[in-house]
Design a binder for this molecule. Structure first.
Ligand SMILES: Cc1cc2nc3c(=O)[nH]c(=O)nc-3n(C[C@H](O)[C@H](O)[C@H](O)COP(=O)(O)O)c2cc1C
Length: 211
């Protein structure tokens, strides 16, 4: 698969088939993705990979937690800036609208939206440059998964339940949960997977000087 094909075909998949993912593929992808660059080669990513029976237990724990505390426990970092200015505000709104249109959930139906709310950690001593390194690692993982016919969705929503997740995964206190990522085979029949998120045109985000 060409890199450009992986970049084009990758999308966030939110509905999966029950087909199990071969563990050796996951190991291989996570190892290869560590070729991602990082400032000073710090390689600040740390992963907790959960599957099989422990994943079923984690999902059951989370379902219960979400039902009892739909607003979350409070995330340890701001998932979005407190004041989301233009054009970011509109972009976020747009993808939300498009997603819930795919699901046939009207905007006013907040509880149904929350039902959509259902793990990469970083050392707390790391700063914004190292957090950006995590992003490079995670995108490399997602592209390599494409090559294996696998799908994924990064899930920051896990970060609003840091206590439960950290407890379950025994994350040491010096590390902070950044994001989860679901990995599996796309259920192509799931309406939620019909979403093709839009992108701003090049002229909106790039300026060219001398070229
Ligand atoms: C760090 C990160 C966290 C994300 N968290 C969530 C999430 O919690 N829930 C969700 O449905 N999508 C989540 N997404 C997916 C984004 O909504 C998605 O990448 C964006 O809308 C663009 O769509 P695409 O990935 O299909 O191209 C996340 C993406 C990233 C990169």
């Amino acid at each position: 698969m060409k890199v450009s094909m992986a970049v084009q075909s990758r999308k966030s998949v939110r509905g999966f088939l029950p087909t199990p993912v071969p563990p050796e593929v996951i190991r291989d992808v996570l190892e290869q993705a560590a070729r991602a660059p990082s400032g000073g080669n710090l390689q600040p990513w740390h992963l907790h990979v959960v599957g099989g029976e422990p994943l079923e237990r984690l999902k059951a724990t989370m379902r219960e937690r979400i039902a009892g505390m739909p607003g979350g426990e409070g995330s340890e970092y701001d998932i979005y800036p407190r004041e989301l200015v233009s054009p970011y505000r509109e972009r976020r709104f747009q993808v939300g609208e498009d997603l819930y249109r795919c699901l046939g959930i009207p905007r006013e139906n907040k509880p149904a939206r929350m039902a959509q709310f259902a793990n990469c950690t970083v050392d707390r001593r790391m700063g914004p440059p190292q957090w950006s390194d995590l992003g490079m690692y995670l995108q490399t993982v997602m592209l390599l998964l494409c090559e294996h016919g696998l799908d994924s969705c990064a899930q920051e929503c896990w970060a609003i339940y840091p206590e439960t997740i950290s407890g379950f995964l025994a994350i040491p206190p010096e590390r902070m949960l950044f994001t989860g990522m679901a990995i599996g085979y796309e259920d192509t029949e799931a309406p939620v997977n019909q979403l093709r998120a839009t992108r701003a045109p090049l002229a909106e985000f790039a300026e060219f000087i001398g070229i």
